[in-house]
Each structure stands twice: as C-alpha cells, then as structure tokens.
Design a protein around this ligand. Structure first.
Ligand SMILES: Nc1nc2c(ncn2[C@@H]2O[C@H](COP(=O)(O)OP(=O)(O)O)[C@@H](O)[C@H]2O)c(=O)[nH]1
Ligand SMILES: [Mg+2]
Length: 205
C-alpha cells in the first residue's frame, strides 16, 4: 500500500526518560511490517507503519529520539505537528514515573494542547521488581486526562494495543470533528510535487 492510498497521516512522538524501552517498543511494533528506519542528521529516528483502523487506512509516522531525552534536549521540531504522544516510563524505575508530569507538559506545550497522550508503563515482564503499582499509575493518568497501558517490549505484551489504542482515539476525535482536520494531511500530501524530494530523503519505503 502506498502513502497516496492512505486516508490519513498521523505523526506520533515517543518520549520519556532514557532507558525505559522507547526504542525497543517501537522496534517491536514495526518489526516485520512495512517499515523504514533511517538515522537522520537531526538525531531523529523516523519510522512508519500503515494500519487499518475502523476501515480507514492510516500512515503512522513514528518519531523516536537518538538519546537526546537524557538531556531534555528535544527540539521543537520533534514535537511540531504531532497528533499523538506515547510517553513511556519503566515500572521498575520511580524516577521515570516522576518525570511523567514534565513530559506531559512538554507534549502539550510544544505540540498542541489537544495532543492525545497514552502513558505506557513498560517492562511489565519485570513485575517482581516493580516500584510503581498499576493502581498508582492509573490514578495519575486519570488525573492528567491521559490513557494508560502496561506493556513489555521483551515479551511483546500489549505493544500492538498501545499503538492501536492511541490511533483509534485520534481517529474517533477526528471523525467527531473535535480535532482540526487541517493538521492531519501533512504538506507533502497536498502539494506532492514540490515536497516529493523531501519524502525520498526521509524515507524510502
Ligand atoms: N525486561 C525488559 N527490558 C526492556 C524492556 N524494554 C526495553 N528493555 C531494555 O531496556 C534497555 C533500554 O531500552 P531502550 O529501548 O534503548 O530504551 P530507550 O532509551 O527508552 O529508547 C535495553 O537494555 C532494553 O533491552 C522490557 O519491556 N522488559
Ligand atoms: Mg531510544
């Protein structure tokens, strides 16, 4: 399936403290599917996956960092235009949980206040070493009006569900008219000619 056959293109960013499993989750999600993954000079890993949700074909543009999150040094360009954010913490690492508030604020301040957020409690396979209970995390997420799911990039537990859950939510909001449709189609879909080169440089899939 080519990009032109898609109904929508959604940009997603994946953020959270270093070492929580962001890149591992992304790898697990896209592995074996139609993917492209190119290291860019800006230090952003750019991947893509086309999915079908509620009879709509959606190209998910998935942006991962190359480690800059350790210094909170993500650029505004990383956040710009994102419709969804997957914010990851490690259920065995309290510091990564405590950082969530700041990551949520960054997502809302630097993307759009309406950005849809799913918090992912990763490393669910390490339940014996857990320092953050599921209940604590759920409560925090309710208070901050974000979704919550637990995953394991090691076993694959609920990895797909996390990505599909946030995509479905965005699609529903779009169909209800709650999200501005103008920001859904990236520039390169509406003016293909001038921007074709840019796509080729970013992604060969
Ligand atoms: N046990 C376990 N280890 C994980 C899981 N996800 C990632 N890791 C490990 O955690 C470390 C950091 O993962 P990485 O994806 O690089 O994290 P990032 O810095 O957030 O992108 C690596 O050693 C991974 O193998 C998980 O679900 N369970
Ligand atoms: Mg990483």
């Amino acid at each position: 399936m080519t990009e032109e056959q898609c109904d929508y293109v959604f940009k997603f960013i994946i953020i959270g403290n270093g070492n929580c499993g962001k890149s591992s989750l992304l790898y697990h999600y896209i592995h074996g599917a139609q993917i492209c993954n190119i290291k860019q000079t800006l230090g952003v890993e750019f991947s893509a996956k086309i999915v079908q949700v509620n009879k709509k074909k959606i190209k998910m543009q998935l942006w991962d960092t190359a480690g800059q999150e350790r210094y909170r040094a993500l650029t505004k360009g990383y956040y710009r235009g994102a419709l969804g954010a997957l914010i990851v913490f490690d259920i065995t690492n309290s510091e990564s949980f405590e950082a969530l508030q700041e990551w949520i604020k960054h997502a809302r301040d630097f993307s759009k206040p309406s950005i849809q957020i799913i918090v992912i409690g990763n490393k669910a396979d390490l339940d014996k070493e857990r320092t953050i209970s599921e209940q604590t995390a759920k409560l925090f997420c309710q208070e901050n009006d974000v979704q919550y799911i637990e995953t394991s990039a090691a076993t694959g537990y609920q990895v797909n569900d996390a990505f599909i859950q946030i995509t479905t939510r965005i699609l529903n909001l779009l169909q209800e008219g709650t999200i501005d449709g103008n920001i859904i189609k990236p520039k390169f879909l509406t003016s293909k000619k001038s921007d074709q080169t840019q796509i080729t440089q970013q992604c060969n899939c």
